[in-house]
Write a protein that binds this ligand. Structure first.
Ligand code: E4P
Length: 252
């Protein structure tokens, strides 16, 4: 049976990475230039390097994806080699093609994986067919942007199912990452559809974990536990809260 990898936290925020890593529920971290800029990385390359090294150290040996900041072929190769020199658990995110649709990026992906022994996460993909080609080029990870696929009116689950069956049929070792998660439900439904990894921002992971009725249930147990601890031997015990209502009483 296929063994899934799990959730990669899609953030560059150190406190969040530390928190969710300590819970033992993440299996890696993904970043991109938008995330790093939004989360306060400043100071040019020294700032980028410092944050990426810090993230990699926090979750070592779990994988951390760092994305190239250029579409220039020589520039991407140089950055890829630089990123992996920062930490052994860093892998390099390369977009499927350049802004104009130029197809040279896959040549670089192939070269990085086969000649430079660098693990690549091919990113910004919107279809199973793009991911299939990235897997054929030798990418370790192929990232389908599920939320953006849905936003364009296509069906991310359908693309994931198609990609899963194609990669299995070809015996490809590439791992399917589905990112661009928009709803808590996406996480489980994309795993069910065939993703090995789903990326999620911290707020979605928290939403997956915390349930209002669990809060109410824990509150009831604590209330009754306090009564239980106060009961004296000669007194009738106070009536404990009911075992639980038939219908969920969700607190406001
Ligand atoms: C995944 O690796 C990407 O960083 C991310 O999920 C992109 O998400 P977005 O569509 O919210 O930018």
């Amino acid at each position: 049976m296929r063994s899934l990898t799990g959730i990669f936290l899609d953030t560059g925020r150190l406190e969040e990475i530390q928190k969710y890593h300590a819970l033992g529920i993440i299996r890696g971290v993904t970043t991109n230039p938008t995330i790093l800029a939004k989360e306060g990385v400043r100071g040019g390359w020294p700032g980028i390097e410092e944050r990426c090294r810090h993230i990699a150290k926090l979750v070592e040996p779990l994988p951390v994806s760092v994305e190239v900041t250029t579409n220039d072929q020589d520039g991407m190769l140089e950055q890829a080699q630089r990123f992996v020199s920062w930490a052994p658990n860093i892998n390099v995110k390369i977009p499927i093609h350049d802004v104009g649709g130029g197809t040279e990026n896959l040549r670089l992906v192939h070269e990085l994986e086969t000649r430079h022994d660098i693990r690549v996460n091919v990113t910004a993909m919107m279809s199973a067919q793009q991911c299939l080609l990235a897997a054929m080029a030798g990418a370790t990870y192929v990232s389908l942007f599920g939320g953006r696929v849905n936003n364009m009116g296509y069906n991310a689950c359908q693309e994931i199912r198609r990609l899963r069956s194609l990669l299995d049929a070809f015996g490809s070792p590439a791992k399917i990452i589905v990112g661009s998660t928009r709803e808590i439900l996406n996480i489980v439904e994309w795993f069910e559809a065939g993703a090995d990894i789903v990326t999620a921002v911290p707020a979605l992971v928290e939403g997956m974990l915390v349930h209002p009725y669990s809060k109410e249930t824990v509150r009831q147990f604590l209330r009754d536990a306090a009564k239980l601890e106060q009961v004296e031997a000669h007194r009738q015990p106070e009536r404990l809260s009911e075992q639980g209502p038939r219908l969920a009483r969700v607190p406001a």
